[in-house]
Design a binder for this molecule. Structure first.
Ligand code: NAG
Ligand code: NAG
Ligand code: NAG
Ligand code: NAG
Ligand code: NAG
Ligand code: NAG
Length: 389
C-alpha cells in the first residue's frame, strides 16, 4: 500500500543563505523573516522553484544574502522513510533525524520517530516500538497521544510494520486500540500481523460535529466510528511472553482538501491512481492469519474518480464465519445493502459494487461478531473501478 499525497503546506521554513562568503545571517534584520513576499527594503527579486516533486521554494535575493523559504511538505528520506522538509535547526528542535536533503538543498528531509509515552505533534512522523527495528516482548503497555494539528480533519495510520500476537476470536493477548476517554464507540481493536494495512480516524471538527448532529452517528444502519476530540490515545498492550513483536506506524494528519483525506465515516480509504488494488481483512497476513472478531462494523471506502460509477470485487480468498447466502448474522460484508458471508463471495466469487447517487466514493462495510470458532481466514479481494456506461 502506501501512497504519497502531494499538497502544499501553509507551514513554511525560512532560512538565510549567504550569497557572499562573509555575510553572517545574524546581521539580517528580523523584519526580513516576516515579510518574505513583501518589499524587504532591498532591491529584491523573488525567484521560485515550483517543481511538484519538491518543496515549493522562493528565494528573495538582496545583494548580499538571500532569504529562502520553503513549504514543510513531505519528502522521501534517503532511508526510504517519509519525512518533512524542515530547516536543519527546526529538525533538531523537533528531535528529528536528518535523512537527506530537500528544497534544493536548503532544507533537510527530517524524519521524526516517537516511542512509548510520546505526544505526537509532527505531521508525517512515525510511531515505533522501543528499540525498533529490534523487537520487544511482553508484558508491555505502550501509549502515544496524537494531538490534532491545526486544520487537520483526520489522521491516517499506515502500518508499515505491525506484528503483535494474533487473535483467538477477538484480540485478547495483544491489542492495539485507538481511544479517547469518554468515547465508547471505539475503533475495532486490532492485533496480529497487519503490515501494509491502514486506518483512518476522524477528528471532531465544527463541520464533522454539525454533520453528525443532523445525520446521526450511523449510516445505513451501521454505527460509524466515533469522532475524536483533539487528542487520541493509541495503545499497544502486549501480554507476557518472550515472542517477538514490533511496529512502525506512519502518522499523517490530513486537511479536508487533501486528496488522500478519507470521506467521513471511512476506516479505510483506497485511492490508488491505477483505480485497482487489493483490500484485505485485518490480520489476513498473506493467508496465514485469521479473521479478527472485533464485534463491530467499519467501512472500507474507494475513491470514485469522474467517469467511474462502480467496481468489481473479485475474491482471492473469502472465508467469513457463517454460511452463505441466508445465515449471515454477525459476520459479513455489506455490499449494495446485501450481506455476504460464508466461503464464497456471492455465487461465483465476484460482485459489482454500485454507486449511491451523488457519492464520489463507494463503500463496503465489514461487520464481525464476538467470536470466530472456525478460525476463518477473512478475505483478500481485488477491486477494479469500472467506467460509467
Ligand atoms: C508568496 O507569494 C507566492 C506567489 O505570489 C504565494 O503563492 C505565496 O503564498 C506567498 N507566501 C506567503 C507566505 O505569503
Ligand atoms: C536598486 O535598484 C535601482 C533601480 O532599479 C538601481 O538604480 C540600484 O542601483 C539598485 N541598487 C542595488 C544595490 O542593486
Ligand atoms: C500533512 O502532510 C501531508 C503529506 O504531506 C499533507 O498532505 C497534509 O496536508 C499535511 N497536514 C497538514 C495539517 O498540514
Ligand atoms: C517518493 O517516492 C515515491 C515512491 O517512489 C514517489 O511516488 C513519490 O513521488 C516520491 N515523492 C517525492 C516527494 O519525491
Ligand atoms: C494467549 O496466548 C497464549 C500463548 O500463546 C495462548 O495459549 C492462549 O490461548 C492465548 N489466549 C487468548 C485468550 O488468546
Ligand atoms: C523570478 C522567477 O524565477 N520567476 C519564475 C517563477 O516561475 C515561473 C513559472 O515557472 C517563471 O515563469 C518565472 O520566470
Amino acid at each position: 500500500m502506501g501512497f504519497f499525497c502531494e499538497t502544499s503546506s501553509k507551514f513554511l521554513s525560512l532560512i538565510v543563505a549567504a550569497t557572499l562568503i562573509n555575510v553572517i545571517s545574524a546581521a539580517v534584520p528580523a523584519d526580513l523573516y516576516r515579510n518574505v513576499n513583501q518589499t524587504v527594503g532591498l532591491n529584491s527579486t523573488i525567484g521560485n522553484d515550483t517543481s511538484s516533486r519538491e518543496a515549493r521554494r522562493s528565494v528573495v535575493s538582496g545583494g548580499l544574502f538571500s532569504i529562502v523559504s520553503f513549504d514543510n511538505v513531505a519528502c522521501n528520506g534517503t532511508s526510504g522513510e517519509v519525512g518533512t522538509c524542515y530547516s536543519q535547526a527546526e529538525c533538531n528542535t523537533l528531535g528529528g533525524t536528518t535523512n537527506g536533503r530537500c528544497a534544493g538543498n536548503y532544507g533537510v528531509c527530517c524524519t521524526i520517530k516517537y516511542t512509548c509515552g510520546a505526544t505526537v505533534t509532527a505531521n508525517n512522523s512515525y510511531l515505533v516500538n522501543p528499540g525498533y527495528p529490534a523487537t520487544v516482548s511482553g508484558p508491555l503497555t505502550c501509549s502515544y497521544t496524537v494531538v490534532q494539528i491545526k486544520g487537520a480533519t483526520s489522521f491516517y495510520l499506515e502500518f508499515i510494520k505491525f506484528d503483535i500476537r494474533g487473535p483467538s476470536g477477538p484480540c485478547t493477548n495483544d491489542t492495539f486500540t485507538v481511544t479517547q476517554s469518554g468515547v465508547t464507540t471505539a475503533f475495532p481493536t486490532l492485533c496480529g500481523d497487519n503490515d501494509g494495512q491502514m486506518e483512518y480516524i476522524q477528528w471532531a471538527t465544527k463541520s464533522s460535529l454539525f454533520k453528525r448532529s443532523i445525520k446521526g452517528g450511523s449510516l445505513g444502519g451501521i454505527t460509524l466510528p466515533s469522532l475524536i476530540q483533539s487528542k487520541a490515545t493509541l495503545t499497544f498492550t502486549l501480554a507476557a511472553g518472550s515472542d517477538a513483536r514490533s511496529w512502525q506506524i506512519r502518522v499523517v494528519q490530513f486537511k479536508s482538501t487533501d486528496a488522500c483525506n478519507a470521506p467521513a465515516g471511512c476506516t479505510q480509504y483506497y485511492n490508488d491512481p491505477s483505480n485497482m488494488g487489493t483490500v484485505q481483512s485485518y490480520n489476513y497476513n498473506g493467508g496465514q492469519g485469521e479473521f479478527i472478531a472485533s464485534n463491530s462494523c467499519s467501512q472500507r471506502c474507494f475513491r470514485l474518480p469522474t467517469g467511474y460509477c462502480s467496481m468489481t470485487l473479485t475474491e482471492d480468498t473469502f472465508m467469513l464465519p457463517g454460511t452463505a447466502p441466508n445465515t449471515c448474522t454477525t459476520d459479513y460484508l455489506l455490499i449494495n445493502g446485501q450481506r455476504y458471508c460464508g466461503d464464497t463471495l456471492g455465487t461465483n466469487g465476484a460482485v459489482t459494487v454500485t454507486q449511491v447517487t451523488g457519492m464520489n466514493y463507494l463503500t463496503i462495510t465489514e461487520c464481525s461478531g464476538p467470536s470466530n470458532a472456525d478460525m476463518d481466514l477473512g478475505y483478500s479481494l481485488r477491486y477494479m473501478l469500472q467506467p460509467c456506461t
